[in-house]
Ligand binder design. Structure first.
Ligand code: FEO
Length: 393
């Protein structure tokens, strides 16, 4: 199975309809691992697939060209969803040179025995002529691994952007004008929040470099190829990579016997009392980490609440805190809240965590013993209002 992108350039990847867990990223719509075949005087395979899909990739390539005719395997990224198939590809096409960065070679050699593999290491800006087409290699370290690079084909105004601009969505369609744009932008946002977000400064560098290129098509290693809505996805990456927050408050909570949930609802009421502010409220055991992080990415303010269990936040709230800490969202104003009974409590733990991740409290932490009193609920409403007002600062 293959799909033509442009004359002589085809998609030959793998559609993973059934994956729902991509190293804890909930891929509700499945995923694709995109590989592309360029048939010119020389033949190049760009990007690979995961190990289990190696047979499909080789079958797709064989439909277009004899395997012994493949001259190069361009490995833009060594992560195993793309490079897991590499040992099988090398075994099937031993004549092919593996074109990659030095760091990529190092990582590939950490995952597999690469003895005998024919590496061609490329510097940033180096080119490789295939005949009519030239490959230009653009190093993109930490977008999102240290080995990463893009491959640009100036003659076709085509950028192979590896994970950049990707989305996890399984589909029979290969192009952005064949699926609803709002669905694609939603998936691109989820992808950015969960995979790329911590590397905004590096993405900014890449966007600046890309601005100097004439690009009419972006072919990422996941999801659809962008050929119509490039301005939309580029504008979104500009916003996300500059960590631009909306006038938005998120309320994440977990609740044992409903007291913390009642407090969360009172905070929500306070937020909504301020016009023009949006709010997303999520019970953390009824939403996934993937959804929670996506909601947090463009929020300016956050209320975080948990009941106390054994002196600590409830386990899923601890998981949320752990995940958000790694993603390094720059939430600016916060409130900690929750119910407790005796001894050590979750609210103090959340407050200490705010300090650790440099999220600044906008109001005193709100602690309720057993059920929230009218006074506590009034404090929650006021805290929600304070957070909402802070979104305009
Ligand atoms: Fe899709 Fe970073 O691998």
């Amino acid at each position: 199975m293959h799909t033509e992108l442009l004359p002589g350039i085809d998609w030959v990847g793998f559609v993973d309809w059934n994956i729902r867990d991509f190293h804890s990223y909930n891929t509700e719509r499945g995923a694709t691992y995109n590989s592309y075949l360029i048939r010119d005087q020389k033949v190049a395979l760009v990007d690979g697939v995961k190990k289990a899909a190696a047979g499909t990739l080789l079958k797709n390539v064989r439909e277009l060209v004899d395997l012994e005719k493949v001259d190069y395997i361009i490995c833009n990224h060594a992560e195993q969803d793309h490079a897991g198939a590499m040992p099988a590809l090398v075994a099937a096409m031993p004549q092919a040179e593996i074109v990659c960065t030095a760091k990529c070679k190092e990582i590939l050699s950490g995952y597999a025995d690469t003895t005998g593999w024919k590496f061609r290491l490329v510097a940033n800006g180096e080119t490789l002529s295939l005949g009519e087409n030239t490959l230009t290699f653009i190093h993109t370290p930490m977008v999102h691994w240290p080995d990463s690079m893009f491959t640009y084909v100036p003659e076709k105004k085509l950028l192979f952007s590896m994970d950049g601009f990707g989305q996890h969505i399984a589909s029979s369609e290969r192009f952005d004008d064949e699926l609803p744009l709002d669905t694609l932008m939603e998936e691109a946002k989820i992808y950015y929040a969960n995979i790329v977000y911590p590397y905004g400064a590096q993405v900014q560098k890449v966007l600046k470099a890309a601005a100097g290129l004439d690009i009419q098509m972006i072919a990422p290693s996941h999801g659809v190829v962008w050929r119509k809505n490039l301005p939309a996805i580029l504008a979104a990456y500009e916003k996300w990579s500059t960590k631009t927050a909306d006038k938005k408050v998120v309320i994440f909570y977990d609740s044992m016997w409903e007291s913390t949930e009642i407090m969360a609802q009172a905070i929500y009421e306070g937020v909504l009392s301020v016009p023009g502010v949006t709010c997303q409220m999520m019970h953390v055991r009824k939403s996934t980490l993937t959804e929670i992080s996506t909601a947090a990415m463009d929020a300016k303010c956050c209320a975080l609440g948990s009941s106390t269990l054994n002196g600590l936040p409830l386990p899923q709230m601890a998981a949320v805190m752990n995940y958000l800490q790694g993603l390094r969202f720059p939430i600016q104003h916060t409130v900690a809240f929750g119910s407790l009974g005796w001894g050590k409590n979750a609210v103090d733990e959340i407050s200490a965590w705010f300090e650790k991740v440099s999220w600044t409290p906008a109001a005193d932490a709100i602690k309720c013993k057993w059920r929230p009193t009218p006074e506590i609920l009034a404090q929650c409403v006021e805290a929600g209002k304070t957070l909402a007002l802070k979104t305009s600062e």
